[in-house]
Design a protein around this ligand. Structure first.
Ligand SMILES: [Zn+2]
Length: 449
């Protein structure tokens, strides 16, 4: 048994640093995936020797990533061993900018949700600067609240419904919020007083697909297409366990497949995109008149969807006909995705999940008509249980993946400093006082919390 992948002799200092980081990551992932265990079991799992494991565990503990757990007694025989477990202190923060809200979710390294907060906001009207001020304030408040609960934020990922160049964190175009060429990562870093916490930016549906793949009802399904219905219709394609991004990273813009009614203009400036037939605006157009309260954007979306569900449950003719029309259009686009990618699962998120039971009959009938492969190529439709938290969850997951990949990169003191700076700046800019930012109201949802 040796210390890792490379032979012990002839290593340059750079090799040794690489090897140490690789081994730290291997031990941390073992604990995350397999649960608390003794150093001896970690050694058995990873192929590292026990002395190396002890030293790696000590370093991970110093980084705040693992801690001592219970005493392990395997079948009551042999010497009991002190277990090591993931320390839930380190968290990832996922944030989302959407058409009518911003949201923040904190997830700890064990995968448990620490907090989630959604703030209704008219983002297209508010514009770039003020929306980013609001988001920075929401992130700072969440970081402050998380710290009160004993957690530290190791990274931030922001999801946006648009085309994102992920490496520099630049949004190229988000049609439904009307933004172009926004350096989101830099803008937020500036609001936090300079570089500190790593900030990443990605397309919201990509993040939602990752959340579904890692934490949803279909977790671990290697061929999965996630389709979310909001103002826009986004998608993320996981093929053989990998998120397909395309050459420039702009793949997955399924809402703009030109299969909608050519009379309807899309937010992207073209006519007849799929989302003009199945996006939230299309649903509302089908089920209600413009004066109806369910079309009022100042009312929280979940409240409006609950009302539409209620009407459908009572058998309201217009509501049911509207849902059937949307379901048929949903099936048309889904059939293209199934023919292209042969997924095991199409996971429906956003409002599609909330109203799924009323959309599915028409959608599945259309799929059966259009998919070439027998029995839809083994594809089943699932309603995502992640609700409107999916993009934030995926964002928090991405931030935590960076920690799992390179545990030594965790710089919690810098994160603390940035959170402090953000809290001070946010309270000064947006709240008109020098008081520290208020903690998030105690909306600690159940579920994973
Ligand atoms: Zn379009």
């Amino acid at each position: 048994m040796n210390d890792g992948l490379l032979p012990d002799r002839g290593l340059t200092p750079a090799d040794q640093v690489f090897l140490r980081r690789h081994n730290l990551a291997m031990v941390l992932r073992d604990l995350r995936d397999a649960g608390p265990r003794s150093r001896a079991r970690i050694a058995a799992d990873t192929g590292l020797n026990k002395a190396t494991v002890s030293s790696l565990v000590a370093e991970l503990a110093e980084l705040g990533l693992v801690r001592d757990g219970d005493v392990e007694r395997v079948g009551g025989v042999g010497r009991p061993g002190q277990t090591v477990e993931i320390d839930g202190r380190v968290c990832g923060l996922g944030a989302e900018i959407n058409v009518d809200y911003v949201a923040v979710l904190v997830l700890d390294l064990r995968g448990e949700q620490v907090l989630y907060e959604r703030t209704p906001l008219d983002v297209p009207r508010l514009g770039v600067e003020k929306t980013l001020d609001e988001l920075a304030a929401a992130i700072a408040a969440a970081a402050g609240r998380a710290r009160e609960l004993g957690h530290d934020i190791a990274g931030i990922t922001v999801g946006i419904p648009g085309m994102v160049e992920t490496a520099p964190g630049v949004l190229r175009h988000a049609p439904n919020v009307g933004w172009r060429e926004v350096r989101v990562a830099d803008e937020l870093a500036t609001r936090f007083g300079g570089p500190g916490i790593p900030i990443r930016v990605d397309n919201d549906a990509n993040l939602s697909a990752l959340a579904e793949y890692t934490m949803g009802a279909s977790a671990g399904t290697p061929d999965l297409v996630y389709v979310t219905g909001e103002t826009g219709v986004g998608g993320g394609v996981i093929s053989d366990g990998v998120l397909l991004r395309g050459t420039e990273g702009y793949g997955g813009e399924i809402g703009h497949m030109p299969i909608g009614d050519p009379a309807h203009p899309c937010g992207c400036g073209k006519l007849g995109c799929w989302e003009t037939s199945v996006g939230l605006a299309a649903l509302l157009r089908e089920v209600a008149d413009p004066a109806d309260s369910v079309t009022d954007p100042s009312v929280d979306l979940e409240v409006r969807l609950t009302e539409i569900r209620r009407r459908a449950s009572l058998g309201d003719g217009r509501t049911l006909r509207g849902l059937q029309a949307v379901g048929t259009s949903l099936g048309l686009g889904a059939a293209i995705l199934v023919n292209l990618f042969n997924p095991r699962v199409i996971a429906l998120g956003g409002y599609f999940a909330v109203l799924g039971e009323f959309l599915l009959p028409a959608m599945e009938a259309e799929l059966d008509k259009r998919v070439v492969a027998p029995a839809r190529g083994g594809c089943r439709i699932e309603l995502s249980a992640l609700g409107f938290t999916a993009a934030c969850r995926g964002g928090a997951h991405v931030a935590l993946e960076a920690v799992l990949t390179d545990p030594a990169s965790v710089t919690l003191s810098a994160a603390d400093a940035a959170a402090d700076a953000a809290a001070v700046r946010a309270s000064g800019q947006n709240r008109g006082s020098t008081e520290p930012a208020d903690p998030i109201p105690s909306q600690l949802p159940g579920g994973m919390a």
